[in-house]
Design a protein around this ligand. Sequence first.
Ligand code: GLG
Length: 829
Amino acid sequence: EFGDRKAKAEKMFGLMDEFLKNDPVSLQKDILDHVEYTVARSRFSFDDFEAYQALSHSVRDRLIERWHDTHQYFKKKDPKRLYFLSLEFLMGRSLSNSVINLGIRDQYADALNQLGFDFEVLAEQEGDAALGNGGLARLSACQMDSLATLNYPAWGYGLRYQYGLFRQIILDGFQLEQPDYWLNFGNPWEIERVHVSYPVKFYGTVEDEGLNGEKMKVWIPGETVEAVAYDNPLPGYDTRNAINLRLWAAKPSGQYDMESYNTGDYISAVVDRQKAETISNVLYPDDRSYQGKELRLKQQYFFVSASLQDIIRRFKDSHDNFDDFPDKVALQINDTHPSIAIAEVMRVLIDEEHLSWNKAWDIACKIFSFTTHSVQPEGLEKIPVDLLGNVLPRHLQIIYDINYNFMEELKKKIGQDYDRLSRMSIIEEGGVKSIRMANLSIACCHTVNGVSRVHLELLKMRVFKDFYELWPQKFQYKTNGVTQRRWMVVSNPNLCSLISKWLGTESWIRNIDLLAGLQQYASDPDLQYEWEMAKKVNKMRLAEYIETLSGVKVSIDAMFDVQIKRIHEYKRQLLNILGIIHRYDCIKNMEKSDRRRVVPRVCIIGGKAAPGYDIAKKIIKLCHAVAETINNDADIRDLLKLVFIPDYNVSVAELVIPGSDLSQHISTAGHEASGTGSMKFLMNGCLLLATYDGATIEITEEIGADNMFLFGAKVNDVPALRKKGAELKAPLQFARVVRMVRDGYFGFKDYFKSLCDTVEDGKDFYLLGYDFASYLEAQAAADRAFVDKEKWTRMSILSTAGSGKFSSDRTIEEYAKETWGIEPCKCPF
Ligand code: GLG
């Protein structure tokens, strides 16, 4: 019995409420013990990195206690659990976040001080866990933090890539990719579970067998790979609960193929077996298109199969049939990447657990929910039938059967409308016959979620129109959110202590709606002064970082204008750069005496381009070429600077966001499903320059359009504008700046030609030319507001005050109630 165990332990160790103590002396002893015994360095001589390692192990010990207790408690209570399946989690660093959530940050800082170390310096030693590409992956990480904090019985499941997202190196202004072997220096935040491992099968054939007179399908696999669990405990804030993120690594299977060993070629047999590990080797670095690659499919099935074996084993520990399965298990499919799970659940229930098709399908339909993160139909995954049939022959059969039943059901509803039937079919005929993973997910899942209100509208009107008309109740949206623990408390302590002081409480860290209490002080000169000071300190930190990175000295009196995110044509970094060229051109052509009126700017751009995305790479090069010209032009001096921050990742974002004045979210309307970067800037009191797209529309409703700089075509204007084609003439100023690039003003004339072509009249798919004039107006409005310090600071305070809706705590509460049907399960001590 759980309570007994705890009581016994307390007696045994004579401890009151914690197994490990958190007073400075205990913490110091603990850190030094880890230096000596875990890191195996002398306690009289160790460097910052070794101190970081020891410190992390000491924090991890405390984390593990809570994590054990939480899991014991979940086991005892057996609540319905959420299993969050995602191929990507972008966790970033763990140390600062862990001590803050565990409530022991100050104790550790004190203890370290007395040992002669600075907590912040040690925290900088940690590398990022970058097991994801961008928004989708960071969203998963934020949602895990909220799940833990809100005490939900949840597990995350994913893949432990050896190589995370590539490192971006800039050479002569060009992006180069380097492998991110993030595990090189060890990872104290994970626990290898050599005994939690499952065989995952691939290839082979399916045979019919009779068992007790019943026809059975038997899959005889051609390859077996072992999935080994690595657990990553994730602490909630202000609670004892800590949940688990279980990531799978591929290892050669323990089942030896005796034949290959017996042929005498021992060395090649070992080498062959080792190939199994390639499955979890590397993260695909493209966040928008998937090309139906075999390794990608194997990654998807690998983590899905291992996770389901684990989930079913856990369920069977306390249940002897599957009747209660839907009451105990909710499976969330994050984008279509894990959607092969639907076929896998069917296979396991039918082939291994011997349930009938109908019973199995009934269960599948009750347990799965699906969230899509893309807007464009082209972004939806398709897997060629030949590929799927080769890698997972039994699953292909099952998908065909699901589709057969689905088509029959459809015919009853819509009759013989063959066009529509073929659009809705899970199988796409034509060129390369493929499985549409989104259609499979919609056919099965009880709920399909979009990630912002306008995203759902687009799904209803365009992408999933046929489905929506038949099952409107299936379609919902949960506007994304981000965790204020990482994006405010960890990354902006100056601002946070100010907020807590003015609100008279720290409770907003858990109940973010309290931030609205700042509204009443938005014009208070004292708050305004303190607010500006906090921003200054953050800008100084960022300016130092910029100087060490690029050698460019920037003035903190200038407006820091930032666009950091993946490089994509639809996100329109090119619009930003063309706007900067325009600003430069204006300053150059001004009378010297007029230059005094120019509001100084530091333009900061950062982001990675997918390695095969040629146009995105040219945008990065253009940014460097323009920066080279502007930053070295003696006429310009501090009036304008352009800096590209290389290797953008979570920890860079934590530094850049608090130090920004203005941030840009300028996607062509209708292309950004939600956007989450905007929410992080908003919370940190950075003003937004944005289009009416994704979640920005909802931000406008929360803080008011006059507290932002909005511009550009709206979602519903875009299709008609595109139809106009070449008739839609870009303004002269636009033509002029594009011509400067074309004519080689910034060099690399030939190289930039194809980039310039993408925005010529008639080819300007993302409407840069059309939006240019209103973009410049919004920029001018930002300049005017910036010189009015009182106004700017009020807008900044109101941004933070109005950001409450965009906490992932709100998102998770909505999912829990409306989609997953789970209840909090709070560990009582
Ligand atoms: C997507 C979208 C973003 C969205 C994010 C999280 O492009 O607009 O905010 O997921 O839902 N592929 C992505 O990163």
